[in-house]
Write a protein that binds this ligand. Structure first.
Ligand code: HEC
Ligand code: HEC
Ligand code: HEC
Ligand code: HEC
Length: 113
């Protein structure tokens, strides 16, 4: 297995990005990606206009076990690994580009839609 040498730098940058996320979220998104396009905003945003928790996704997608089944042929399985049951939105964006966060540390040949 290969870890990127710049790992520590990447993690520091991620922390900085988290710190500034609040101010960046003022803009209203103009679209919702893929099969979710016609859903009312309130399907995912109950009280606040920010990334919904995984429990909201489970309402339609079942559980981590269920989504892991769908990607069982992928190696590694993005939904079953040493990172545990993290927030779906760590990788999936519903308004912008998705981002495969495993490659902060790894170099897997996996691209997201
Ligand atoms: C109201 C139901 C509903 C909710 C809530 C929902 N989804 Fe979906 N999602 C669907 C349907 C329907 C599809 C299309 C059929 C399928 O692939 O299961 C889909 C497909 C997807 C796909 C595959 C298609 C694509 O665009 O790549 C992803 C990824 C996805 N959803 C992620 C999420 C995430 C992450 C959340 C939580 C933020 C979420 N969904 C919440 C109904 C929902
Ligand atoms: C299927 C789930 C889903 C639906 C439906 C949805 N959103 Fe979101 N929304 C998300 C997720 C996930 C995020 C976190 C950022 C991202 O994924 O791009 C988010 C973030 C946001 C943000 C914060 C801005 C940001 O980029 O952090 C705003 C504002 C927002 N949504 C508004 C809306 C509006 C308005 C609608 C209806 C037109 C809507 N959302 C419908 C899932 C959804
Ligand atoms: C913060 C850094 C970090 C992130 C993010 C991360 N990993 Fe890892 N991963 C590691 C480390 C460290 C090891 C152990 C390396 C070793 O000693 O071989 C590891 C080991 C692995 C291994 C077993 C070794 C191998 O390459 O066969 C797999 C598979 C793996 N990670 C998959 C994932 C997946 C899938 C994700 C995203 C869900 C992910 N990792 C996210 C740091 C990370
Ligand atoms: C570590 C990153 C990561 C996390 C976290 C993650 N996914 Fe995914 N997901 C992927 C990747 C990579 C794919 C395959 C490429 C693609 O479809 O973009 C995928 C594909 C999917 C698909 C489509 C599967 C198919 O049939 O093709 C659905 C549905 C999905 N994810 C839902 C979820 C839900 C719901 C959660 C949270 C419970 C979640 N994902 C968490 C990375 C992730």
């Amino acid at each position: 297995m290969t870890l990127r040498p710049a790992l520590l730098g990447v993690m520091a940058a991620a922390l900085l990005a988290l710190g500034s996320a609040g101010s960046a979220s003022a803009a209203m998104p103009s679209k919702i990606n893929g099969p979710h396009a016609k859903l009312p905003c309130s399907t995912c945003h109950l009280n606040e206009m920010k990334a919904p928790l995984k429990e909201t996704c489970f309402g339609c997608h079942g559980s981590y076990a269920k989504v892991a089944e769908r990607t069982a042929k992928m190696n590694p399985n993005p939904h079953m690994n040493h990172r545990g049951e993290q927030q779906c939105t760590n990788c999936h964006s519903l308004h912008a580009e998705s981002r495969f966060e495993c490659n902060d540390c790894h170099n897997f040949k996996i691209n997201m839609k």
